[in-house]
Design a protein around this ligand. Structure first.
Ligand code: HEC
Length: 258
């Protein structure tokens, strides 16, 4: 028995160690909004232009996306579907093979259909996309505060510009001098990122873009969430009303038992 628990303990600690490079910086919060169709449409556009090349959405079809987001089919075909062989009824896939992806990036880009659901919150993706920073020691020149030694390039670099890590403590002590952090291997809330101003978007516009993109991927993870939540309300309302006749009827039936 003792051996068994020792083995289990070793396994447990290995699993924890194996969780590897995902760090524990505080997540930034975002509130998804399915009623904001304009935001979802902008998110879809950003996705098709900046992410689909590497990440498929293999459980979602263009047609469903067009319908749910109120995008006319012709516009979808003309502006959001780039491959001439892809039809409106197709799944949102790409042609990157897993083996070449592994060769190029060291890891295959995961399918993102269910990503925000797997993480349990859209906050993770939202924070991830705002956590890339300059790191010349990495093969692609960037790293990520939330996902240390990530294999993905900063796909939104031309929009955001290149953020650098600066020490928060230093900033608080002396607002005017912003020193880059010394590499001490510790990644926590002590760092903040500062962009170099070379991106096409201002920081506020970039936040909006990442919000829209996250909103879109949160929708993709469960396209029926909105319907389900609305239906849930009516079901509860029905049950509340149904309770009254059920109660009265029950009272009527049990009147004589006492
Ligand atoms: C040039 C290819 C490429 C592009 C473009 C790209 N990614 Fe990635 N992405 C990758 C690779 C490779 C990984 C796997 C990295 C790893 O595990 O180290 C990855 C990983 C991820 C992850 C998973 C992190 C985790 O928790 O495992 C997310 C989320 C992600 N990408 C989102 C996006 C989004 C959103 C876009 C569009 C803005 C995008 N990616 C564009 C290649 C790409």
């Amino acid at each position: 028995m003792r051996e068994l628990s020792a083995v289990l303990l070793v396994f447990a600690s290995l699993t924890v160690l194996g969780a590897g490079s995902v760090t524990t910086i505080p997540l930034q919060h975002m509130n998804p909004d399915f009623d904001n169709k304009a935001s979802l449409q902008r998110g879809a556009r950003t996705y098709m232009n900046y992410c689909l090349g590497c990440h498929s959405l293999q459980y979602q079809r263009y047609e469903r996306t067009a319908k749910d987001l109120s995008i006319p089919k012709e516009l979808m075909l003309e502006h959001l579907i780039f491959d001439p062989d892809t039809r409106i009824g197709s799944l949102i896939e790409n042609s990157m093979s897993e083996s070449s992806a592994k060769e190029w990036f060291g890891a295959a880009p995961p399918d993102l259909t269910l990503y925000t659901s797997l993480k349990g919150t859209p906050d993770y993706l939202y924070t991830y996309l705002k956590s890339f920073y300059h790191d010349p020691s990495r093969p692609l020149g960037v790293n990520n505060l939330l996902y240390e030694n990530v294999g993905m390039p900063h796909a939104l670099l031309d929009l955001q510009g290149l953020p650098r890590k600066v020490c928060k403590t230093k900033l608080e002590a002396d607002g005017s001098t912003q020193q880059p952090c010394n590499e001490d291997g510790v990644v926590d809330g002590r760092y903040m990122l500062e962009v170099d101003g070379k991106g096409k978007l201002s920081p506020v516009e970039y936040d909006q873009l990442v919000y829209d993109l996250t909103n879109f991927l949160y929708y993709v993870a469960e396209p029926t969430r909105d319907e389900r939540e609305k239906l849930g309300f009516w079901v509860l309302l029905f049950l509340a009303f149904f309770f009254v006749p059920a109660y009265l009827l029950g009272r009527e039936y049990t009147k004589e038992f006492h």
